[in-house]
Design a protein around this ligand. Structure first.
Ligand SMILES: O=C(O)CCC(=O)C(=O)O
Length: 402
């Protein structure tokens, strides 16, 4: 099966405009994140960004090629692999352990978010401590923190303009996204390394749209994404297959390949923001497709995501009516983000092998799991439907067949 799909450029905002608090960016925010938007906005010309991206992404293959025992020393099963090195701990859509990529997770803002033992026990994925390879790859810590901090700072500026957009025409005086993110101790960076594709890999999931990273929405607030870097033996090269890369599912259910400049930072909306903005900003379903063909042999992919999310203690003022995870939310009630996350984990915990990584929403492994992994949706004409009005059966088909 082969796919033809549109290539769509992100809505792009120059950094100089973004940092101007008097600029009216609501048109661009609506085009990017609103109910009819693509779900992704990129920021161009961020000072210092290009070199920080280069520094960190070049370390991904070096980290992945450290000896096995060194990487095992960087693992943290207690946090369900949400700190340090993680490889083969999640499942692919096929149900098999995901050995295609390795990840390194850390909070780029603080190494020890809390020393309160009861909190660490309660929320190990957020309250645990960073694990840095200080002997084996000492450069990683600085490079990771520098890029993570910059993506957070730019994301906070974007969050300010999102707040202006959401506040227009609304009467509620809820605190905005920017303030919630500003005081959070829960931000999580993820350095991703997609291992080189080998000729023998082509067959298995090779035709799938989501052959490298399955369809999902992020469960936090706002995700910053570096443009991925492709390398062979440590030497950077252009993407070897024009069909490979990041795909998103648009509000009208079209699957499009998304492109943005190498030196731009892309941002996507997570589920918590969709809920708190009462659907004015919409979460973005996305996946990653692996390159195929002769030219892709031996080529790896490195990238970085920063999951910006509320503090575990943050009381979330949920609206009376929500379409995502509505069974957790009592009308007029409030829940902390930590409690909300725990409820999600309890609901979606499938097996010890398949931790749900903090910062990302539920990943599905195929139609059967889709049914159990997704929360009940509003019923329309006797069918379970998702936000875009697509039935979950159709969704399962799309995901399984794509
Ligand atoms: O690899 C990418 O470009 C996206 C990664 C992603 O979606 C995730 O880590 O949740």
């Amino acid at each position: 099966m082969s796919f033809t799909s549109h290539v769509v450029q992100t809505v792009s905002i120059p950094y100089e405009e973004l940092k101007d608090q008097n600029a009216d960016l609501s048109k661009k925010i609506g085009e990017g994140f609103g109910p009819n938007g693509l779900g992704i906005i990129s920021i161009s010309a961020v000072p210092g960004y290009a070199s920080l991206r280069q520094n960190l992404l070049h370390l991904a293959p070096r980290l992945a090629s450290l000896p096995g025992e060194v990487k095992r020393g960087l693992e943290d099963p207690n946090s369900r692999y949400n700190f340090g090195w993680s490889h083969g701990k999640e499942k692919l859509e096929s149900g098999k352990p995901d050995l295609l990529k390795g990840s390194f997770y850390a909070n780029p803002i603080c190494d020890i978010p809390t020393d309160d033992v009861s909190l660490i026990k309660r929320y190990p994925s957020y309250c645990g401590q960073n694990i840095w390879p200080r002997d084996a790859l000492p450069e990683l810590e600085l490079a990771f923190k520098a890029l993570g901090k910059l993506i957070l700072d730019v994301g906070l500026l974007l969050a300010y303009h999102c707040d202006c957009y959401v506040a227009r025409g609304l009467e509620h005086d809820d605190e905005g996204l920017q303030q919630i993110l500003l005081r959070s101790r829960c931000h999580k960076g993820r350095l991703l390394y997609y291992f080189p594709t080998l000729r023998s890999d082509y067959t298995e999931d090779g035709d799938s749209m989501s052959s490298w990273c399955g369809w999902h929405t992020d469960h936090g607030s706002l995700t910053g994404l570096a443009c991925a870097m492709f390398m062979r033996n440590g030497v950077e090269l252009p993407c070897p297959d024009s069909a490979a890369g990041l795909y998103v599912k648009t509000r009208s259910s079209e699957i499009v390949k998304v492109v943005y400049g190498e030196d731009e930072i892309a941002y996507q909306i997570g589920e918590t923001t969709e809920i708190l903005s009462r659907g004015r900003l919409c979460a973005t379903p996305h996946c990653v497709r692996a390159p195929k063909g002769e030219a892709a042999s031996g080529v790896d992919r490195s990238t970085f995501a920063l999951f910006m999310q509320p503090d575990w203690d943050e009381k979330l003022n949920f609206p009376d009516v929500v379409n995502i995870h509505q069974e957790f939310l009592q009308p007029n009630g409030s829940l902390s983000f930590g409690e909300y996350t725990e409820k999600l984990l309890d609901k979606f915990r499938i097996s010890a092998l398949r931790p749900i990584i903090m910062g990302r929403g539920v990943k599905t492994s195929g139609p059967a799991e889709l049914a159990s992994a997704h929360p009940p949706r509003p019923r329309t004409a006797g069918r379970l439907v998702n936000r875009a009005g697509r039935s979950w059966a159709k969704e399962a088909e799309l995901r399984a067949g794509s």
